[in-house]
Design a binder for this molecule. Structure first.
Ligand SMILES: NC(=O)c1ccc[n+]([C@@H]2O[C@H](COP(=O)([O-])OP(=O)(O)OC[C@H]3O[C@@H](n4cnc5c(N)ncnc54)[C@H](O)[C@@H]3O)[C@@H](O)[C@H]2O)c1
Ligand SMILES: CC(C)[C@H](C(=O)O)[C@@H](O)C(=O)O
Ligand SMILES: [Mg+2]
Length: 357
């Protein structure tokens, strides 16, 4: 089949890891007889440097003509002093908002051969770690009123956390639907002991749960959830949470799997159109060194094949290739341990692509 994919590498290691994602996609094309055409799009700091804005209007139109978006990461110290509206991250926020990508799926699982890498190794070796964090992506504190004003003690700034029943309902439904395909357990994470938005979140999730009687629903306060993720992650099957809590908890889940460089994501709208990206950022501390782990992006390509392109066999082939490359002992520095073979970003991409058959 023929597909068109928007390729948005962004900045820093985003450029390196997306290149390896495309390499794997091309290999899928060769082995399974598909044709992937690409639209290369600038976003973030690289787009600011070239065009003075983090995303061009025409890029949105180009994305609309594609089957899916493959995204790297945006941002970096070079652009940190810019006002918020002009920052690289606004390019990503705009894509999320313009396409209505409210459902952010962030699966975290531990690969068999990385159990030793997890800081939780004793617990994950015993009980495993395989969860799906579902994060609202277009509401909450990120996208509501914000600003600066003169307050009682002088200058102050504010970001308003706000959720409507509609926003909570649609992301909750997504979580319950996904739970139906998994172990049928949802833990909704909030801060209902302190926040009004969380109270509405909890009440609304309870209502939605009535439509899914087979799914067990529990609620957990976010501070406890952070603790459980760090010491007992197997209690989670599906985590349903807000934008800000999900952002923080997904990095924590990443570390539990061995490295934040292992975690993929899909951001979907009501009609299933989506943007696929690793959960990590541009990693300025290692950018330009050629050592970033591309496996999160490669795993995001697998999610894209399955969800956006309806190619589950091809997605499974990527998953097998990732498992195999790890089994064969290849590691980028973030997941390196004694006795394994240290490889670069490009080598990891090539070695993974070669294992697709
Ligand atoms: N979706 C996105 O575009 C996105 C996501 C997160 C952060 N950011 C941006 O990225 C910049 C840097 O943010 P940060 O440093 O807080 O987070 P980060 O995720 O970029 O890096 C955190 C740490 O994890 C390491 N790391 C991340 N990805 C890795 C990979 N693939 N392989 C090996 N190591 C990896 C980094 O080296 C660093 O030590 C900021 O400008 C931030 O706004 C963008
Ligand atoms: C870049 C930033 C705004 C973004 C977020 O917080 O959503 C990132 O951390 C992520 O996890 O995708
Ligand atoms: Mg984040």
């Amino acid at each position: 089949m023929d597909f068109k994919i928007a390729i948005i590498p962004g900045d820093g290691i985003g450029v390196d890891v997306v290149q390896e994602g495309v390499k794997v996609l091309n290999r899928i094309g060769e082995v399974y007889g598909h044709t992937f055409k690409y639209e290369h799009i600038l976003a973030g700091g690289s787009c600011i440097d070239a065009h003075g804005t983090p995303l061009l209007d025409e890029s949105i139109e180009i994305c609309k003509s594609c089957n899916a978006i493959l995204f790297g990461a945006v941002g970096g110290p070079k652009w940190d002093a810019l006002p918020r509206e002009q920052r690289p991250e606004r390019g990503l926020a705009r894509l999320r908002r313009e396409f209505g990508l409210f459902a952010n799926l962030r699966p975290a699982k531990i690969y068999e051969d990385l159990k030793e890498n997890s800081p939780l190794k004793n617990r994950v070796i015993e009980k495993g770690l395989d969860l799906m964090l579902i994060r609202d992506l277009t509401g909450g504190i990120y996208f509501n009123e914000k600003g600066r004003r003169e307050g009682k003690y002088g200058l102050e700034a504010y970001d308003m956390e706000c959720y409507s029943v509609m926003e909570i309902t649609r992301v909750a439904k997504k979580a319950f639907e996904i739970a139906m395909q998994r172990k049928k357990r949802v833990i909704s994470v909030d801060k209902a002991n302190a926040l009004e938005t969380s109270k509405l979140w909890r009440d609304t999730v309870i209502e939605v749960a009535k439509e899914y009687p087979e799914v067990e629903l529990k609620h957990m306060l976010v501070d406890k959830a952070a603790m459980e993720l760090a010491c007992n992650p197997s209690v989670f099957d599906v985590i349903l949470t807000t934008s800000i809590f999900g952002d923080i908890l997904s990095d924590e889940a990443g570390v539990a799997t061995g490295s934040v460089g292992m975690l993929a994501s899909a951001s979907l709208n009501e009609s299933g159109f989506g943007l696929y990206e690793p959960i990590h950022g541009t990693a300025p501390d290692i950018a330009g060194k050629g050592i970033a782990n591309p496996l999160a992006t490669i795993a995001s390509v697998a999610m894209m094949l399955e969800i956006a392109l309806g190619l589950p066999q091809e997605a499974a082939a990527i998953d097998r290739a990732i498992n195999q490359v790890l089994r064969d002992g290849y590691r980028t520095p973030d997941i390196y341990t004694d006795g394994t073979t240290k490889v670069t970003t490009v080598e990891m991409g090539t070695l993974t692509a070669e294992r697709i058959a």
